[in-house]
Design a protein around this ligand. Structure first.
Ligand SMILES: [Zn+2]
Length: 403
């Protein structure tokens, strides 16, 4: 689902009728139009007449059309010339509410994104999302209220707002796209030690650069799909750009590590591995792209062999297609055949320094470190970690390669 954002702003000669007061928004106010006109028609009618009634933006299944500047008031909440709804609320009209149906459902879904983005733009929390009925005795948004879905709408807006704050959804009202990327799951803690340096390629359309190593830190810029960056430090699941511009998510759905050790790696050296599905249902896609056609699903608890990884998706050995390798959806299964008492050898890869911990997990203290290209014997596996034969401790097997 997506929308195209357009402005069709009222002439300033009509400000005295439609939007006389400057406004610092405190609320986003949800309305249903109670008719079956398109967003384009709603706005052109509103800005073309000389009635006081006005609203900032109308959303349908295709478009989000803005008619009043967001930093001027509009007359939509029925609470009078000094009422908080009329004086501090951005009015969002959801179209096609009279008859409902698929066009209304799509309009409402687009409006969820519009409302979340407006809250974010004006630094407002979910409690600033209001209904017209919160300000005056009108049953509006009528369809949402009649169907008892206000809490559901609010929850959906909150979900998008949270995704925006975490860099998983484009915050710009004009971006239109409504893709939310899955949350980052920090199950593989990269070592954040001096000397760490590796290269990543951005695999999502756009990714926020944040000032600090926190998903709620200020956004200071963006990086784009296909761009390649050197990361010099990792903290809280974000990586610091060598350029000094800031931090970007290290989530495996957003970036992929670029192999730099060309001397020892070649494309045909990929070894297959086994994953278990840990979400209820996961799409199988035809190609290695999250927008590729869905050709089937896999279910929680199913185990599959992956023979190739690309763009954050893994190719099923069966040939059925590709599934997400997101750590919220699948987990690697350690192969039982390697659990013989003699152990097996691994080489440290994809990092320059790797922590050795006292137990099999990132919550255990670091006791020492090992370095890239060193070779160790693993005698036990647990939780994605391997126990060193030397007895020194455990290392994350995500940064090793069997030899
Ligand atoms: Zn209303």
């Amino acid at each position: 689902m997506s929308y195209i954002f357009k402005e069709n702003l009222v002439s300033s000669s009509k400000y005295s009728i439609k939007c006389p007061y400057p406004m610092k928004p405190r609320y986003v106010v949800c309305h249903n139009t109670a008719n079956d006109a398109s967003a384009t028609n709603e706005i052109s009618y509103m800005i073309g007449n000389n009635n006081q009634v006005s609203y900032h933006i109308a959303v349908d299944d295709v478009n989000a059309i803005q008619g009043i500047p967001f930093e001027r008031n509009a007359w939509h909440a029925g609470d009078g010339s000094s009422g908080p709804g009329n004086r501090y609320g951005i009015a969002v009209e959801i179209c096609y509410s009279k008859s409902g149906g698929a066009k209304y459902t799509a309009a409402e879904e687009n409006a969820v994104y519009v409302m979340a983005r407006l809250l974010y733009q004006y630094d407002l929390g979910i409690d600033a999302l209001k209904q017209h009925a919160d300000f005056s005795a009108k049953n509006c948004p009528h369809r949402i209220r009649d169907e008892g879905r206000w809490n559901s709408v609010k929850t959906r807006v909150e979900t998008v707002l949270q995704a925006i704050k975490e860099g998983r959804c484009d915050p710009k009202l004009s971006s239109g796209t409504t893709v939310i990327l899955p949350p980052y799951s920090p199950d593989d803690e990269s070592p954040s030690l001096p000397g760490l340096k590796f290269t990543v390629k951005v695999i999502c359309n756009e990714l926020n650069i944040r000032k600090e190593a926190s998903f709620t830190s200020q956004v200071v810029g963006t990086v784009k799909k296909g761009e390649v960056y050197t990361i010099v430090e990792v903290s809280n699941g974000l990586g610091r750009l060598k350029s000094g511009a800031g931090w970007i998510s290290m989530g495996t759905d957003y970036v992929e590590k670029v192999k730099t050790d060309s001397s020892t790696e070649s494309s045909d050296s990929f070894s297959s591995f086994t994953v278990k599905v840990i979400c209820n249902e996961l799409n199988i896609r035809k190609e290695a792209s999250f927008t590729s056609q869905v050709v089937g699903t896999v279910k929680k608890g199913d185990v599959y062999t992956i023979v190739e990884v690309s763009n954050g998706l893994g190719r099923l050995k069966s040939g059925a297609g590709w599934i997400s390798m997101g750590t919220d959806y699948v987990e690697k299964v350690t192969t039982t055949s390697s659990s013989s008492s003699s152990g097996y050898q691994v080489k440290i890869v994809n990092c320059s320094v790797l922590n050795v911990r006292s137990g099999a997990g990132t919550s255990y203290p670091v006791v020492t470190t090992v370095k890239a290209n060193e070779v160790y014997t693993i005698v036990d596996e647990s939780n994605g970690f391997g126990k060193l034969k030397s007895g020194a401790g455990w290392i994350s097997l995500s940064y090793t390669k069997k030899i």
